[in-house]
Design a protein around this ligand. Structure first.
Ligand code: HEM
Ligand code: HEM
Length: 124
């Protein structure tokens, strides 16, 4: 999962930076929370997780690693997409799907933590 995470994190990076760039040019900062979390939960957190998984393939190739990968990469686009549409349309109903996405990300981070404690071991 290491290399997949590193590659996918650059997509979040590209979108996050493009959004920051757009906000700077337009002087419209409404999507700031989307920019922040795409960059931090998408780029920073996932590229770090990818490096850890690359260094410790026992963690990267475990079932926990796969569940972490899929729940994070399902939850984050749902969370960010819903939040962005909610901010733009001012439709508060989208808070529910934002929360669903955030909950998936939350679960994925719990699994990541268990995975690291269980499967990251010193190399002999
Ligand atoms: C060319 C790249 C980037 C541009 C042009 C940019 C632009 C911006 C802008 C315009 C804001 C809103 C400032 C405001 O509301 O006053 C912002 C906030 C923020 N950006 Fe970026 N950004 C970039 C890259 C990044 C990256 C790579 C990260 C994280 C890894 C990041 C993290 C943040 C954070 C945490 C905030 C919120 C700061 C706060 O609330 O005080 N940004 N950025
Ligand atoms: C599922 C996980 C997360 C949820 C649900 C979440 C939720 C939130 C919420 C509700 C806010 C306040 C937004 C506002 O007042 O406009 C916030 C702000 C912020 N969060 Fe998160 N967060 C999460 C993960 C993270 C992570 C992992 C980081 C950093 C690595 C982070 C960094 C920040 C920053 C820098 C701000 C301030 C942004 C600003 O001033 O616009 N968050 N977050």
């Amino acid at each position: 999962m290491g290399i997949k995470l590193i590659k996918i994190s650059t997509i979040y990076f590209l979108i996050g930076v493009a959004l920051g760039y757009g906000m700077s040019i337009s002087h419209i900062y409404a999507l700031s929370p989307v920019h922040v979390h795409i960059n931090l939960l998408g780029w920073t957190a996932l590229t770090l997780a990818g490096i850890v998984y690359y260094l410790f393939p026992g963690a990267g190739n475990s079932k926990l690693g796969k569940w972490h990968f899929w729940l994070h990469n399902l939850g984050l686009p749902i969370m960010m997409g819903s939040l962005a549409v909610m901010i733009v349309t001012k439709n508060e109903a989208l808070a529910a799907s934002t929360a669903v996405g955030a909950s998936l990300v939350m679960i994925s981070v719990v699994l990541f933590t268990i995975n690291i404690w269980k499967n990251v071991k010193p190399k002999n």
